[in-house]
Design a protein around this ligand. Sequence first.
Ligand code: GCO
Ligand code: MG
Length: 408
Amino acid sequence: MTIRNAEVLVTSPGRNFVTLRITTDDGVVGLGDATVNGRELATAAYLSEHVVPLLIGKDEHNIEDMWQFLYRGAYWRRGPITMAAIAAVDVALWDIKAKIAGLPLYQLLGGASRVGALAYGHASGSDNDALFSSIRNHLDQGFKAIRIQTGVPGLGQIYGVATDQRPGERYDYEPAKRLPLPAEETWDTRAYLRHIPSVFAAVREEFGPELILLHDGHHRMTPNQAASLGKSLEPYDLFWLEDCTPGENQEGLRRVRSQTTTPLAIGEVFNSVFDYQTLITEQLIDYVRSAVTHTGGVTALKKLMDFAAIYQIKSGFHGPTDISPVGQAAQLHLGMAIHNFGIQEYMKHSPETLEVFQTSYTFENGLLHPGNNPGLGVDYNEELAASYGYTTAYLPVNRLLDGTVHDW
Ligand code: GCO
Ligand code: MG
């Protein structure tokens, strides 16, 4: 009943991942994800230098106590690096507990509240033709909900828009340029605001009213601009408008909320329940975008979702490819169990990634299911992982037409 070993594993099968592997004295192994895109080695060092020594010899069953020990004991609270490190420990311990119980994790969180988790994929294109073919591709795969990102006339490559796919070409698993030094892109919010409503009009015209559509504003607008976009998108019945303004300014959301009924989702860069306090109690958002990996694990995100439930706010957990299959599996188990599940982002991992992380989750008819293997249902192929060395990869930076740095 004690933790014998904890190892920090860094691998780059297509992109960088940081994994914590905890082993008990009985030989039970648990995995946790601590990947922070573009700052991976910071979490790896936080874990190996400051957390791993605290784990050895502790009772693996006391998950809540371990969480409080790492959170309160560090004195320095919150922040993405600390909370991802705590998440990795938390998820690995839940994996172990569920394996010892012989049950898939969602059974320990209350059991299944649904047959599967509605998932949304990412369609994008530099123009409407490319976008439509990306949407058709997602429909062929069975997606019932699709995020739409598009190029803007006059601007070059922008974040969130994949390189246009031609038949037979490899899918772009991360439509952000990740380079040894940050790529610099150009942004113009006025051009974006002029263009985007016409794209949604064209998509509705082509694909009809039933398809669930989402859009990510990626923190690029002011509250006033976001309110105007929300209003102009109302006729197209979006499932949500995500990160319409920078989340740090919670009061800004009051302005947006009072002007539009387009549902709002926020929180992928948040890392604790406190970041949501105003947004939840004043019902300024409809969906919580946090990931298990960046919010202190299953323990913390479950509490956050229970708090949100009181206000009829639902989940929309962050699931891009920089959340490892371990993190994605953990939030799928949580999403199966909570009553206020909304939707799950599902950007497929590359074949290389899925050879290193062997998962038991399935995607069928638009729904994800975590599978019924004991624990999280993810195995780590260490030998293969070791053949993919860490590669420095920065996210891009956005500049306005006059060169001013802007949110990307
Ligand atoms: C989303 C996103 C992501 C992030 C990425 C940063 O999926 O909604 O905004 O793609 O940009 O995860 O690391
Ligand atoms: Mg986003």
